[in-house]
Design a protein around this ligand. Structure first.
Ligand SMILES: [Zn+2]
Ligand SMILES: [Zn+2]
Length: 407
């Protein structure tokens, strides 16, 4: 299937894509309940030959396009939620809601996915299979993808003609302000990290600061645990399958002459493999319990599960990078040498289906990718022209995947 005209077809959709993106940008919403965003997306999809499923536990939308020929289903993901921060870009379409901003570019993802739905609808007759457009809320820490999976996103019915049409692949695109506009990047294997929270509570016995022998001071014990955690990481974790354990907050006590009863250690754990993720957790528990036991104190170790490691199927990533080369050219197609230490809930989808998470460059043309305000910054901006390549890439990955070329 020829992809050469995809960029032209996407360019014809740029004006309306920019308009939608700016509307979404002006009215950012947080978490899994995005009523205004959902209305805007539904209005933009109106008139397309899509079978819509409005999710009930979240504002997620699943939109199915039946192609003109039988074949499997491919999933394309775009996330829709914003972040809780004040915008300082001075853009004419900057956020109208104080304290909420589309600082991760999810407004561009949603607009590009709508663009791909339009482009592919126009090519419907030649599509051998189906395309499932996943508009998901709650990527920024609310596990919106998991909610959509739990609500049956992947339990697709047979195609309109009655033939079986299982989902055989899933692709997502994430824009970044630190890659030249229009470039595409990815890698096989781990693409993003896991991000878990640890909370360690050391309990001793409170008392008078002048008589520590009559108390059990949790503060030096907590300090020993923090030091021992760093030794545990550097001495037990393979540097080629790394982990980061950072204690971001220690809290204990109220004043100079009181020994408190408890001390709290709060931190984050990042890993790039599930194996190391488990190993680090075991190590943290062992170290905390061992150090506390040495001093006769009690300790409670709690983990709050963040997103799992995001792992691209190597074949799918190679395939998607090949598609990218055809669409944006070889010089603008990059293979990342390393994973990115942020986390993504597309990981839940990639735990269920082979697929790949792709990055799209969106550095404003007058900025340097190395120094441009990054995603999540109050000043981040994206080059809207890059959305042409994003729409074409979504569409190209779907068309090629369904036409059965290398996966
Ligand atoms: Zn983000
Ligand atoms: Zn994001």
């Amino acid at each position: 299937m020829e992809l050469t005209t995809l960029r032209e077809e996407a360019r014809d959709l740029l004006d309306e894509t920019v308009a939608l993106r700016r509307t979404l940008h002006r009215w950012p919403e947080l978490g899994n309940d995005l009523p205004v965003t959902r209305e805007n997306v539904l209005a933009a999809l109106e008139g397309l030959p899509l079978q819509l499923t409005l999710h009930e536990t979240t504002s997620g939308i699943a939109a199915m396009l039946d192609g003109g020929k039988p074949g499997p289903t491919v999933l394309l993901r775009g996330d829709m939620d914003a972040l809780p921060l004040h915008e300082d870009t001075d853009l004419e379409f900057e956020s109208a809601i104080d304290g909420q901003m589309h600082a991760c570019g999810h407004d561009t993802h949603t607009a590009m996915l709508v663009g791909a739905a339009k482009l592919l609808s126009a090519r419907r007759d030649e599509i051998p299979g189906r395309v499932l457009f996943m508009f998901q809320p709650g990527e920024e820490g609310f596990a919106g993808a998991q909610f959509m999976l739990d609500e049956g996103l992947l339990d697709v019915s047979a195609a309109a003609d009655g033939s079986e049409s299982p989902i055989t692949g899933a692709y997502a695109i994430h824009i970044t302000s630190n890659l030249p506009s229009g470039w595409v990047a990815s890698r096989g294997g781990t693409i993003m990290a896991s991000a878990d929270t640890m909370l360690i509570t050391v309990t001793g016995r409170g008392g008078h600061a002048s008589q520590p022998h009559n108390a059990l001071d949790p503060i030096p014990i907590a300090c020993e645990i923090v030091q021992a955690l760093q030794t545990m990481v550097t001495r037990t974790i393979d540097v080629f399958d790394p982990a980061v354990v950072t204690v971001g907050r220690i809290s204990a006590g109220t004043t100079n002459n009181v020994i408190p009863e408890t001390a709290e250690i709060l931190g984050t754990i990042r890993t790039v493999s599930e194996r190391t993720r488990g190993k680090v957790r075991d190590g943290i528990r062992r170290v905390a319990e061992g150090v506390a036991a040495a001093h006769d104190a009690q300790v409670k170790v709690e983990f709050n599960d963040g997103y799992p490691v995001t792992v691209n199927n190597p074949g799918s990533a190679d395939f998607a990078l090949e598609v990218a080369k055809e669409i944006v050219g070889e010089p603008a197609t990059v293979r990342f040498p390393n994973p990115i230490m942020g986390a993504e809930d597309f990981s839940y989808v990639l735990n269920r289906l082979p697929g790949a998470m792709m990055f799209l460059g969106g550095t404003p043309l007058d900025k340097n990718p190395a120094t441009a305000a990054p995603n999540h910054s109050n000043r981040v901006m994206f080059e809207e022209e890059a959305m042409v390549n994003g729409i074409a890439l979504y569409s190209g990955m779907a068309l090629r995947h369904l036409s059965g070329l290398p996966t």
